[in-house]
Design a protein around this ligand. Sequence first.
Ligand code: ADP
Length: 554
Amino acid sequence: MKISIFHFKNLFPIVAFLIFGSGAIILWQNQNKNEKDLVFLYTQTSSEQIRIRVEGLMNARMVSLELLADRWVERTPPDFSQKRFLEFAEDFYTHYPGFTGINWIDPEGVVRWVFPREINEDFIGNRVSEHLNLRVRDTFQKAGKHLKYVATPCTELIQEGLGFHTFRPLIYTGRVQGYLNGVFRVKRVMDTCLANSILTNFWIRIYEADQLIYTNEEQGPGNPEKHNLHVLGEINFPGKTWQLELFPKEALYPPKVVRNPGLLGFGMFVSALLSLLLHFLNHRMQMYRQARDHALHEVSERKRAQEALKKNEKKLEALLKELAAKNAELETFVFSVSHDLKTPIVTIEGFMGALREDFGNLIPEDCERYLNYIGDATRKMEALINDLLELSRIGRLTVKKSEFPLADLMEEVIAGLQPQIEAKGIQVTVSQGLPLVYGEKKRLIQVMENLLSNAIKYIGKENPSPRIEVGVREQDDQKVIFVRDNGIGIEKTYFEKIFQVFQRLPSAKKIGPGTGIGLAIVKRVIEYHGGKVWLESEPGKGTTFFFTLKNKEA
Ligand code: ADP
């Protein structure tokens, strides 16, 4: 059994909401992640920049001192004069910023010549090996002992500020000629190296071993704490390894994100709305798809039905053709039979005439009665055959249709029936101003004759005021002609039947002879003219026959 709640269609909005909702949460949590990453990257590159600058500057100063030493001894004999030393020192001090002092110490370790004098004056005459600072003393002794370049740890300088000394023994012909002494104040070095942008954007701390030797932090509270944007670096140059700590200043921090729960709520609401929208959209699409499938199905059904209809139409056409052929065959048969039957009747009538002529006197009375019966029957038969012949001729033997006044037709018909009208004392009324009608005049005379003679015949024997009325009315581009009598009438059940061949009502049989073909001829002629025939009647009150005739087409 399929449990509908697990159907994907039902889960769809929930799945969509989960996807959109997680997106909203991730976005909400990472609102300023990218900005943080950028600040960290900036701090890293700045730390690298400081390292490169300090190392570059210090390496260059070391090389300058090397150069001074080399130039000093390169003359032969070397010129260890104060004048020459001061020339070099001034040149380097002026052109290569960063030095606090460039001094010469004699082989006994006494400071002799200094540059610039103003800052280093207090140093003159000092014996370095007896320097107050033990670290300077020890380092200097190492230079003398090992005859190599050394740098002191950072310490308070006589020249003021925190800094360090470098000592390079000057050796000529294997003898120590003295020591070249470089003095560097850390602040001066850093001021030379640090770009303004770095100073404004970062807090910097430089440590040597565990001693803080430089910082641009202001005194007092507000010192930066180590946080995830803080960067550590190392600066190396001959004789020194410094630790660098860099903190981005507050101004650089991405604005502190206040994670507003309302924002998350809004995100979730939008997610829910989107999911619902998607759900409805999906639903709509499914509806459209169903409607389309339904329409397609209907179209194909209709096509199939149309094809079937076409097939049936073809079948029907074939059947109609067959029927028409059979009808024509039947009519021809009826015609030839009726025609052939006339010959024996004529023979019977002929011989009856001969019988009367030749044996008239000899014929006994009873026999005469029988002969009259035979005569009646023969005449009836003849009338029947004549009517049948007429019926079979309709539509087969045609004359060209014409337009003629209906008044003329009525006059002709009434004139022919005048004796019977008078005999029964019938009042016949024909409407004035009868129109022109269009058709085969001879056939239409036959129609009117049949209808009028029926009206006369079935007017009723005890009718106190027998009346027949003929009239016309125009309706929908055609003429409706009627023949009304106040005769015996017809029961509704026979309204259709009386138009069939040989159909006579029991009441008619009582009234007199007839063939039962007259109305069939009427129907056939009217239909042949493209019209209709019908009747209204009530037993005992009278009958009205209507038929239509099309107007001549313009
Ligand atoms: P028939 O030769 O018997 O008159 P018709 O075909 O002319 O044959 O008529 C068929 C039958 O319709 C008649 O036998 C008669 O019963 C009935 N009928 C026709 N016209 C009228 C009429 N005007 N009033 C009453 N009955 C009629």
